[in-house]
Design a protein around this ligand. Structure first.
Ligand code: SF4
Ligand code: SF4
Length: 674
């Protein structure tokens, strides 16, 4: 079945994957910020900052109506002009406020909701970005490489050419400092020419009616002091209680987004410039602006505030979610984003621009790995919200054909692979062995899951053998084993998933303990069946391995590392058990991004089935995370999806490293010993 929107998206993703230079630049930008975070980890208590930030944001969102009234009142008392308008009316309003045809602007996310630069350009207004990175990107006519390091793909020579319109003469050199001076003087002229400055607001305080701005370059201070009129484009979710809250939010945004202790400038503006020095009479516009216009754009934020998606508004636009997003690293924010890059951007785009835009901006590109939540000061569970949002996307118009096939296959065959259920037991050569070792009267169930039953069969086999060796008595459902349904939830088929829970619970409730090998099934049972499986103990095989008294005797000198599956690590916090086991059996070394900070292999969230090249490229990057480990022979994991996808990634980079499950590695050691 042809689906043009999906085909278009797939093509864009695949084209983006081929842009090696852009990818390299993005990777460098992300590494810079990640390294800054690491460098500051001793100085800044990230968790404390997160806690304070969350308390403030939660309080403010819960009391937003009251705080908004107070903020509006105080802003008015400070002589600011306040407007609450639609995006379209905001553009008309700006045109009316304009004087001359030059507008100087600093970074503002909300202005993207208006498509402000293009719309004003169409009206003959020249909009000049004053942040150097944004200015270079504007002159180059390209999409920003990164939300806070937009011009990272532009070299010093290219910057010189963009700023001067001239080629650097052959054999001549120019230092970065000289280029910056050229930028400064060119922009200074533009800033002096403009009567109107436009900025966003990082925060707005209710108690004082302050507008808080963060920046490094000083361009915001300059434009908001020199222009005759200052326009602020903002939204209600920026409102906090007071200046104290504002400072915490601005400190948080600096650290999380930029990886710096504090930004160069924190500014508070509380209204137009004024003097009372002549006859004690207030007059406006002494040195700074004589008018300050604060324009609030709602763009369905009120709807979000009163919905199950409220947490989207816990955001301060710091951009840190994309610094750790494996999909953003591969394809950037132009393909995966929308009004902001990454998963949070797509979510907000769904509300501000509708389903079709959210689809084309990649609501289905998220691997639901949860790395962004770990990175986010507001702990916004972007993966969970994306899964909820997917069910909002209309199914017939915007369906991904492979995802529809998965649904149909589960309905028809009880597995996502269009395989007859009789094939489910083919991971074991001798079917009688199952009969011998699985005990129908056991209170423990071994749940293999669809991926290992049909694809990564070695994981199923080695888990089966390990349980026997551990003398664990268990039952196995064989060809009657159902699909756990987790993939239905992740693809947005919530109603079908509910039916699956009801159907499966009847079977699973017959046991006191379920042992699994798939972290996807594990997280599905633990998180979504919780009520239905009350009293049933659920364990991943990896949690039982440290009980194996023979592990020490298996010790080999082989160098191994471990790829933490996202579901197991971030969702269920199973971090230490595999490490206890691995340290006993081999020369275990951690790879880059491990434990709670593990990086996704790109298999999850339906990405491997719908965007295979993207998931393969993501896996290849994950393989690359091991390159500093000397003499590495094995990457072990504890997830059938990760095993499959890491192998695909390895094939694309032509590596000698072997990839297998921990279970298979142990069984090989044991069998070689015998
Ligand atoms: S869940 Fe993972 S893939 Fe999705 S937006 Fe967050 S970091 Fe990116
Ligand atoms: S979602 Fe979180 S990490 Fe991403 S921009 Fe917003 S506050 Fe920052």
């Amino acid at each position: 079945m042809k689906n043009s929107k999906y085909d278009e998206l797939q093509n864009r993703v695949n084209k983006e994957l081929q842009k090696e230079k852009d990818k390299e630049v993005r990777k460098n930008a992300l590494n810079i910020i990640r390294e800054r975070h690491e460098d500051l980890s001793e100085i800044i208590d990230k968790e404390k900052l997160k806690k304070e930030y969350k308390q403030i944001k939660k309080y403010c969102l819960n009391n937003l109506e009251r705080l908004k009234k107070k903020a509006f009142k105080n802003l008015r008392e400070n002589e600011c002009k306040i407007y609450e308008v639609s995006s379209k009316d905001a553009l008309n309003l700006i045109s009316q406020i304009m004087e001359g045809n030059h507008l100087v602007k600093s970074k503002t996310n909300v202005s993207k909701e208006l498509n402000l630069v293009e719309e004003l350009n169409n009206e003959g207004i020249d909009v000049i970005e004053t942040d150097l990175g944004d200015r270079l990107v504007q002159l180059a006519g390209i999409y920003p490489a990164h939300p806070v390091l937009p011009s990272l793909c532009i070299s010093n020579e290219e910057a010189y050419e963009l700023l001067t319109g001239k080629h650097l003469p052959p054999e001549s050199e120019i230092s970065i400092d000289e280029t910056v001076k050229i930028a400064r003087s060119g922009l200074r002229e533009k800033i002096l020419e403009a009567s109107v400055a436009l900025t966003g607001a990082n925060v707005i305080t209710a108690d004082e009616g302050f507008i808080g701005l963060i920046e490094n370059e000083g361009n915001q201070r300059l434009i908001t002091s020199l222009a005759k009129k200052h326009i602020i484009i903002t939204s209600i979710d920026k409102i906090v209680r007071d200046a104290q809250d504002a400072i915490t939010i601005m400190k948080t945004a600096s650290f999380f987004g930029l990886g710096i202790k504090t930004a160069g400038y924190f500014s508070f503006i509380s209204g137009p410039s004024k003097t009372g020095d002549i006859e004690s009479t207030i007059s406006y516009g002494m040195h700074g602006p004589e008018e300050v216009h604060v324009i609030f754009i709602n763009n369905n934020r009120s709807e979000i505030l009163n919905s199950e998606f409220k947490d989207i508004l816990m955001c301060c636009s710091c951009g840190n979610c994309v610094n750790y997003c494996p999909i953003f690293e591969q394809i950037g924010g132009n393909t995966f984003g929308g009004l902001m890059p990454g998963g949070r951007g797509v979510l907000f785009t769904l509300f501000a621009k509708g389903e079709e835009t959210a689809f084309t901006k990649g609501i289905n590109l998220c691997a639901t790995c949860g790395a962004c939540t770990e990175a986010c000061p507001g702990d916004i569970d972007i993966a969970k919200l994306i899964m909820k949002a997917r069910k909002k996307i209309s199914r017939n118009q915007l369906i991904i054909p492979r995802h529809r096939e998965i649904l149909e296959s589960i309905n028809k065959f009880n597995n996502p692979f269009n395989e007859q259920q009789t094939q489910r037991i083919n991971w074991i050569n001798n079917h009688e062995e199952i009969e011998t070792f699985s005990n129908k009267n056991s209170e423990t169930l071994l749940f293999i899951g669809c991926m290992s039953s049909f694809r990564t069969k070695n994981q199923a086999m080695s888990t089966f053998k390990l349980l026997k060796l551990l003398n664990i008595d268990f039952d196995y459902l064989g060809s009657k084993e159902p699909c756990c349904g987790g993939i239905l939830y992740r693809l947005g088929y919530k109603e079908e998933f509910k039916d699956k829970i009801i159907e499966n619970t009847k079977i699973l409730n017959n046991y006191k303990r379920i042992i699994l090998l798939c972290p996807g099934c594990y997280s599905t049972f633990k998180k979504f069946y919780s009520g239905g499986l009350e009293g049933v103990e659920i364990k991943h095989i990896i949690e039982l391995l440290p009980e194996d008294s023979q592990l020490n005797s298996l010790k080999t000198k082989k160098v191994i590392t471990y790829h933490d599956p996202c579901h197991l690590t971030r969702e269920l916090e199973v971090i230490n058990p595999p490490r206890i086991t691995l340290n006993k059996i081999a020369d275990f070394k951690e790879m880059k991004f491990n434990g709670i900070n593990s990086r996704c292999c790109g298999a999850g969230g339906g990405v491997m089935s719908a965007f295979p090249k993207l998931s393969q490229a993501t896996a290849a990057t994950r393989i690359d995370d091991t390159k500093s480990i000397k003499n590495l022979e094995y990457i072990l994991t504890s997830c059938p999806f990760c095993e499959k996808n890491l192998k695909r990634g390895k094939d694309s980079v032509d590596s000698d490293i072997k990839i297998m499950s921990i279970q298979e590695f142990i069984i090989n050691l044991r069998e070689n010993q015998e």
